[in-house]
Design a binder for this molecule. Structure first.
Ligand SMILES: *[C@@H]1O[C@H](CO)[C@@H](O)[C@H](O)[C@H]1NC(C)=O
Ligand SMILES: *[C@@H]1O[C@H](CO)[C@@H](O)[C@H](O)[C@H]1NC(C)=O
Ligand SMILES: *[C@@H]1O[C@H](CO)[C@@H](O)[C@H](O)[C@H]1NC(C)=O
Length: 266
């Protein structure tokens, strides 16, 4: 076979099987897209992001709406942001806090990409809490979260994807399953920040069943490199509240729990 024939064969193969070309979902790409979201949010310029032109959805507090009517239509001064990346789901989670401006906000956003293409954003899925929402006080939340350590965990000590997913699910199951709390590996120096309410250690005053409605609409972003799982959900056990629960596991034990809970859908 001549070189030209080999090349022609490759071109034909790629044309026939585009999936043979499918790239992995890269962490760098996920974090770059998350940064573009933060740039858009801090400038109020949607054009900072590359949204899919064929299939893009914006969801805010569990309701699909036009992106131009949501939080991204305004700029907010961001005091703190942190992002995690899930290369299997090809998604990222970003939290940001804004204490100043017309309205303070604490926000948790999952961004999803289709076909492992991090160059385009397919879904922006945001839980946004502001004044009047559950235990809301952005300055207090900022103070707690600023002091936390989120350094990367050395490879040998990382919790598995399965462990993280189970911890996230068990946490949300505590309201409907009396035994769920005992399956979670609580750390002794663990910290729980619910809205702006601090509980230390974090396994103080846990729910043990009581509701018949399981927390639903669960969406996951799992990042083994920092040992975190973020689950966006509808908090059906206590109502229909749009909610984000993020858990960090270090040395096999829960180190942090963060919740962002809005009282209203939309
Ligand atoms: C996306 O990347 C993941 C992780 O590398 C891989 O397991 C998966 O097969 C890829 N999916 C597609 C649609 O290319
Ligand atoms: C997000 O946080 C990083 C530091 O972790 C900072 O360098 C960056 O400017 C922040 N982005 C925005 C939009 O505030
Ligand atoms: C559109 O994007 C959503 C969210 O990422 C995805 O679930 C769905 O499969 C996509 N639809 C098509 C036709 O690609």
């Amino acid at each position: 076979m001549t070189q030209r024939n080999i090349l022609g064969g490759f071109v034909a193969l790629f044309a026939a099987f585009p999936s043979a070309l499918a790239a992995d979902c890269a962490r760098e790409g996920l974090l770059a897209a998350a940064q573009s979201y933060l740039t858009a949010q801090s400038t109020g310029q949607l054009s900072a992001m590359k949204l899919s032109t064929s299939n893009f959805t914006y969801q805010q507090n569990n309701k699909v709406r036009e992106i131009s009517t949501g939080l991204l239509s305004q700029s907010y001064k961001i005091d703190l942001n942190r992002s995690t990346a899930d290369t299997v789901a090809c998604a990222s989670y970003t939290m940001w806090i804004s204490t100043t401006g017309s309205k303070p906000y604490v926000v948790g956003t999952q961004i999803r990409h289709n076909d492992n293409n991090t160059n385009e954003i397919a879904l922006i899925d945001t839980i946004a809490a502001t004044t009047g929402d559950l235990f809301f006080d952005a300055s207090k939340t900022l103070g707690y979260i600023k002091a936390e350590d989120w350094t990367t965990i050395p490879e040998a000590g990382r919790p598995s994807r399965d462990t993280l997913r189970k911890a996230g699910d068990a946490y949300l199951d505590m309201w409907t399953d009396a035994k769920a709390a005992d399956t979670i590996p609580w750390g002794t120096d663990c910290e729980r920040v619910e809205g702006s309410q601090l509980t230390r250690p974090c396994n103080g005053q846990l729910p043990r069943g009581g509701s018949s409605k399981k927390n639903g609409m669960r969406r996951y972003v799992i990042d083994e490199t920092v040992g975190s799982v973020d689950v966006l959900c509808q908090f059906d056990s206590l109502g229909t509240m749009p909610d984000s629960h993020e858990i960090r596991i270090v040395n096999g034990k829960v180190k942090y729990v963060h919740t962002i809970t809005a009282l209203r859908v939309g």
